[in-house]
Design a protein around this ligand. Sequence first.
Ligand code: HCA
Ligand code: CU
Length: 403
Amino acid sequence: MVNSKSEPKMTEIESRSLANNYNDIHDDSLGDVLILDSTLREGEQAPGVSFTMRQRLQIAWMLDYFGVDAIEISPIISPDHKESCKRIIKAGLSANILAHVRALPEDIDVALDCDAKWVAIYHSVSDIHLKHKLRISREEAISRSVNAVEYAKSHGLRLRFTVEDASRADPSFLKIICKEISDAGADRISLPDTLGILRPIGMYNLVKTVRDVIDTPLDVHCHNDLGLATANSLAGFEAGASQIHVTINGLGERVGIAPLAEVVVALTTIYNKKLKVKLDMLKELSDLIEMYSGVRTPESKPLVGVNAYKHKAGTHVAAIIRNPAAYELVPPRAVGNRRRIIFGELSGKHGAAFLLRVLGLNSSMEEAVKLAQGLKRLRCGDLFELSLSEELEGEALKVEDKF
Ligand code: HCA
Ligand code: CU
């Protein structure tokens, strides 16, 4: 775990927030938001990913310690998954553990067998899924869904019902089936953009459409096929959804869903939400899942990627040395990442002065200028980078004092 002593104070993060008011939220009704992590269910649906039982348990423990509100896992994939689900439920974590099952009594029995308290039941609602995947009518979809809800409720389960492919369903049918599911006693309803076809205003409208007919709390589950998953999830929250589905690194079927790090940091910074999560574990969680999933995290991944806190252009480095907030939304330590300075062709005199200082060469600005010129003359692009420990950052400020 990251040393809590080095964790920046929330005020340090807040003080970096935007100086203007473009992000101000004029709708006071925006309430609290819950985070559901589906790394163990949706995440394992990512191509090439399969966790071991021990890994699943460790991931659940870490997510719980990190502070997510709910963890979703599928007990119906294999006996191994069922055993994992059982053990995770038995571990007595603070987060709600949801067993993700089809709208079938035999699947709900599997969840009961695992001693689940919460079940996440899913059934498709779009005509294309009803006609071509399930080959059933809309009426049949309603009766299967309602039966499943009644069956789960009669066994004392709390339940979330997912209307799969909601974004492609006929809105009038979507309203009808959501009302039926809600009247049958569902505790929450999840509205997924299963194919990632919506833009933010589209997700907003989807949530509002359902919100207008039922009071049941809503989840949003946004796929990233067009790279809009985070934006769409936040738009769904603005429309009244109170739980956002994420996975670590955004893993999931095809190209995945909204990534945990981006969603929680966006909520903290640009929505000013006080989440109970330990933001400084984000990089560690990302690295763990990169290792266990075998899916390499792109260097350019926001917040947790290795490039997220690299500074290169001379003018940027000069500003970073004076005040890192000039080019960083949140400090790297806040998310467990590291700041790095790249030296090479693009370096300027301030970067060069900093380099001389950390090398123990107490030289003048004249020499720093010569060094920067030398680095440019080499024409080697990026030569090397320094990963900044707190001690080295202190050296940076001393350079400032001097020049
Ligand atoms: C699936 C479909 C799902 C369900 C989402 C949810 C989707 O793979 O089972 O249960 O909230 O994207 O529609 O992931
Ligand atoms: Cu999904």
